[in-house]
Design a protein around this ligand. Structure first.
Ligand SMILES: [Zn+2]
Length: 230
């Protein structure tokens, strides 16, 4: 029984893998890898207890599943006509225009990439990523100017990076801040939140109550905005 005993339960329409093993508490997990939901529970936990536990967390599970599906969709982009791409939180339909080269335009609900007919998926992706970077470069200086004045700190350097697992980072030894390129796909308020969050790290490196206190005073609705960044 080294790996525990596993069985499956369907709770509120969601398939849950239950693993009973020698542990003290129950744990719930939505895999970022395949979106599967699992519960680890102490050996003699009754199904009923597990069902109630999962039901009490159903909102959280659903949020995680939506996040997983969104990430999946965005990872499978092929840069072809008809795909949905996001700019500042708004969906646009991709249209490849073969007339000219290397331009990106937003027209109504269309994101138009003007590129060579033989361009590869990678070339189109690079074009769009450069364009996303420009969108951030246009907005970041003003945001930093505004919030550095309010918070009373200064970033020594701001870098835009395409990051997989975080929206931003702050090296508190030398106050260098990185901002995730992917934020150009989210509503602009999310970018502002990340700027504030990273600048506040200059005052307080960890996410403790002092940090949260600063966030509450500078950006009172930060928790709500953070939810949208799931
Ligand atoms: Zn942080």
């Amino acid at each position: 029984m080294k790996n525990g005993v596993s069985n499956r339960l369907i709770i509120s329409g969601i398939e849950i893998e239950v693993v009973r093993k020698k542990i003290k508490n129950m744990y719930l997990k939505v895999s970022a890898h395949d979106g599967k939901v699992s519960v680890s529970a102490p050996l003699r936990t009754k199904d009923e207890v597990i069902i109630n536990f999962v039901r009490s967390k159903i909102d959280w599970i659903e949020k995680k599943k939506i996040k997983y599906e969104k990430t999946c969709m965005q990872n499978q982009l092929n840069y072809v006509d008809g795909e949905t791409h996001y700019v500042w939180g708004k969906p646009y339909i991709l249209k490849i225009n073969y007339d000219s080269r290397g331009r990106i335009d937003l027209v109504d609900n269309k994101l138009i990439i003007a590129t060579d007919i033989h361009s590869s998926k990678e070339q189109r992706e690079r074009l769009l990523m450069n364009w996303y970077r420009q969108q951030l470069e246009e907005r970041l200086p003003k945001l930093f100017e505004k919030w550095e004045a309010i918070i009373g700190v200064k970033a020594s350097k701001v870098t835009i990076r395409n990051m997989k697992s975080r929206w931003g980072s702050c090296n508190t030894r030398d106050n260098r801040i990185s901002i995730n390129l992917q934020l150009s796909k989210k509503p602009q308020i999310c970018l502002e939140y990340v700027v504030v969050h990273e600048l506040v790290h200059i005052l307080e490196p960890s996410h403790n109550s002092v940090f949260k206190g600063y966030m509450d005073s500078f950006l009172p609705n930060w928790r709500k905005i953070k939810e949208g960044l799931l």
